[in-house]
Design a protein around this ligand. Structure first.
Ligand code: ZN
Ligand code: ZN
Length: 175
């Protein structure tokens, strides 16, 4: 984590692979209390605001209620936020987010999705709600279904053209 003068710290993108890592990144800065229910961390003592910044869309603001592991066993986190009185779930992963900051003064998490992030296959924008896969060699990102279908057809990465394969568990492998 890198601390700047404005009481903002950057949370590593990699932390979004696992909710415990996010908790470990936040806790040293804010006195966070939470209850762990199986793989879900319910925030107890704070109104931690979450602001999702997406290009071309208004900011989404809500109160972080809990964060947890994905139920399908895949890498990534579920953030449950309360927007007005509605519950919304976000699925940030290291692949679909760009930068994340913790604002210590305002007790707020700022989640930036990458404005430049486009699917390497269909060239449409990658949204935080999208399932994304990345090339283990060059890091190129694409919608999960598009990337897997591409590899099935061409057995390579659409960007770096290195040979790739898919494991039986659906992981992208370097050949
Ligand atoms: Zn796509
Ligand atoms: Zn590649």
């Amino acid at each position: 984590m890198v601390r700047d003068k404005k009481n903002k710290v950057e949370i590593k993108k990699d932390a979004f692979a696992d909710p415990m890592k996010i908790i470990n990144e936040i806790t040293p800065h804010l006195n966070l209390e939470y209850t762990k229910v199986i793989q879900t961390y319910v925030i107890e003592n704070k109104d931690l605001e979450l602001v999702l910044k997406q290009e071309g869309a208004p900011d989404l603001r809500g109160k972080l209620v809990w964060l947890g592991k994905r139920k399908d066993g895949k890498e990534g986190t579920v953030l449950c936020i309360k927007v007005n009185s509605e519950i919304q779930k976000l699925n940030p992963t290291p692949e679909n987010i760009e930068k994340v900051f913790l604002d210590l003064k305002k007790e707020r998490i700022l989640l930036h999705t990458e404005s430049k992030a486009k699917c390497a296959v269909c060239e449409k924008k990658i949204e935080i709600y999208d399932e994304v896969k990345s090339c283990p060699i060059c890091g190129a990102r694409a919608h999960k279904d598009h990337f897997l279908e591409w590899i099935r057809m061409k057995a390579n990465c659409p960007v770096c053209k290195k040979a790739l394969n898919i494991s039986s568990a659906g992981k992208i492998l370097v050949v």
